[in-house]
Design a protein around this ligand. Structure first.
Ligand SMILES: [Zn+2]
Length: 384
C-alpha cells in the first residue's frame, strides 16, 4: 500500500475498495455519492488503482437514455493468491483470484512434519500450481497458510500447534524468505471465518460465529466486522472447553475436551467400539449418509454435545448467525439437527440460525483469504 494506513489517501482507497467489493461495479459518480468523497478524490484514487491493476473499467451498458457511465469494478482476475491449509497428514493447496475463486487446487502429502520440510513442500507447490494455471509468478500478491493452533497473525508467529508439535515458530518469516513473497498465517478456523466474512455467508453480518467441525472443533468469533483473536491469539477454542471431566485425552494434553468427545477421531473410535471394526473417514461418512443406525447415533451424540457448548457461546456473544463448516458438514441434518435442538433448548434469549457452508476447497480458500484480506486491508475499515 502506498502511504501509511492512516493517511487520507489510504483511507479513501479502502473506502472505495470496500464499496466495490460489497456492491459490485459502480460508476465514478456513484462512488462519489456513496462514499461521500469528492469527484476529484474518486477520480484520483481510481486512476491509481487502475494503474496497479486493482480495479478495472468494465463495459458501459447502453440504455434507453443513451450510454451509461463506465462501471468501475475490482480487477479480481489480475492478481492471484495461494492458500495452504495444513492438515495432520496432507496440505490442501489452492491458487485463487482476489475473490478467492479457486483456479487450480491440489493436495500434497506431508511426509515430514518438521517446519523446514513443510516449507519446502509449499515452496515446491507454488510454481506447479502457476504452471497448471498458465500464469506468471509476478501475479501472486500473497500467500496464506492456515495452521491449527494459536497463531499471532500480526507477527506471523505460530505460538503453538499441538497437532504439529510446534512452539514459537516464526513460520511466516521463514516461508517468506524461501518464496520471496508476502506470507500471512492464522489459525485454520480463523482463516475459514475470514473467507466467510469476505465472500461467504458472513458477508452481510458484522457479528457472527464460524464453527468448524473436522479433525478438531473451533469456533471463531467475528465481532463488529473483525476476527476476535483474544489477547494471546487463543480465542475461539470451543473444542478445548471441558465437556467430560477426566475424559478422553485431547491433542492439547488435557483430558475431556469437547473435541476429544465430538470431533472426527472420536466418531471413528466410537464406530470401532460399537462394531468391533476400524473404519476410515470416507466410508464412515458414506455409512451415515446411507442411514446406518450406529453411524447416525454416533453423529447425533456428537451433535448434541457440540450444541450444548454452542449454547454457552451464544449466551456469551449473541452472534447474528453461526456459519458451520469443516468435514463433518457432510453429515448435513444428521449432525446439524441435534446441534440445533440442543443449542436452542439451552440458549437464554438468542437463537441464531445455523448456516452450513460446504463448498470444495473451503479450508484452503480460507487460507487464500488471509492474503486477499491483507491486499484490501478490509479489517482496517471501521465499518462494513
Ligand atoms: Zn484440548
Amino acid at each position: 500500500m502506498r502511504g501509511g494506513p492512516t493517511t487520507s489517501r489510504a483511507i479513501n482507497r479502502r473506502l472505495i475498495l470496500r464499496l466495490l467489493r460489497q456492491q459490485g461495479p459502480v460508476s465514478r459518480a456513484e462512488l462519489a455519492s456513496l462514499t461521500g468523497l469528492s469527484a476529484a478524490a474518486v477520480t484520483f484514487v481510481v486512476a491509481e488503482l487502475i494503474e496497479e491493476a486493482l480495479v478495472i473499467e468494465r463495459e458501459a451498458v447502453v440504455g434507453a437514455t443513451g450510454r451509461r457511465p463506465t462501471p468501475i469494478d475490482i480487477n479480481y482476475e489480475a492478481h492471484l493468491t495461494v492458500g495452504f491449509k495444513l492438515h495432520r497428514h496432507h496440505i490442501e493447496c489452492v491458487l485463487t483470484d482476489l475473490a478467492t475463486t479457486p483456479l487450480i487446487a491440489s493436495d500434497v502429502d506431508i511426509c515430514d512434519p518438521a517446519p523446514a520440510a513443510i516449507i519446502e513442500t509449499i515452496a515446491a507447490t507454488i510454481p506447479r500450481l502457476l504452471q497448471r494455471a498458465g500464469r506468471a509468478s509476478d501475479a501472486v500478491v500473497g500467500i496464506g497458510v492456515s495452521i491449527p493452533g494459536e497463531i499471532n497473525p500480526a507477527t506471523g508467529i505460530c505460538l503453538q500447534s499441538p497437532r504439529f508439535g510446534w512452539r514459537d515458530l516464526p513460520f511466516a518469516e521463514m516461508l517468506a524468505e524461501r518464496v520471496h513473497a508476502p506470507v500471512w498465517i492464522d489459525d485454520d478456523v480463523n482463516a475459514f471465518a475470514v473467507a466467510q466474512r469476505l465472500f461467504g455467508a458472513g458477508r452481510t453480518h458484522r457479528n457472527f460465529a464460524a464453527l468448524a467441525i473436522g479433525a478438531g472443533i473451533g469456533c471463531s468469533l467475528v465481532i463488529d466486522g473483525k476476527i476476535y483473536h483474544g489477547s494471546r491469539s487463543a480465542a475461539g477454542k470451543l473444542g478445548h472447553t471441558i465437556s467430560v471431566p477426566d475424559g478422553r485425552l485431547c491433542e492439547c494434553g488435557r483430558h475431556g475436551c469437547l473435541m476429544a468427545h465430538a470431533a472426527e477421531p472420536f466418531m471413528l473410535d466410537e464406530w470401532t467400539r460399537l462394531t468391533g471394526q476400524a473404519i476410515a473417514w470416507e466410508p464412515f461418512v458414506e455409512a451415515v449418509q446411507a442411514g446406518d443406525d450406529k453411524g447416525l447415533s454416533i453423529v447425533a451424540d456428537a451433535g448434541k454435545r457440540i450444541g450444548r457448548h454452542l449454547a454457552d457461546m451464544v449466551n456469551l456473544f449473541d452472534p447474528e448467525v453461526i456459519v458451520v463448516g469443516g468435514e463433518a458438514v457432510a453429515f448435513g441434518e444428521a449432525l446439524l439437527g441435534p446441534i440445533r435442538c440442543e443449542m436452542e433448548a439451552r440458549t437464554f434469549f438468542s437463537n441464531p440460525k445455523l448456516v452450513p457452508d460446504w463448498v470444495p476447497n473451503s479450508w484452503a480458500r480460507g487460507a487464500a483469504a488471509l492474503a486477499t484480506q491483507a491486499v484490501f486491508d478490509f479489517e482496517s475499515v471501521s465499518s462494513g
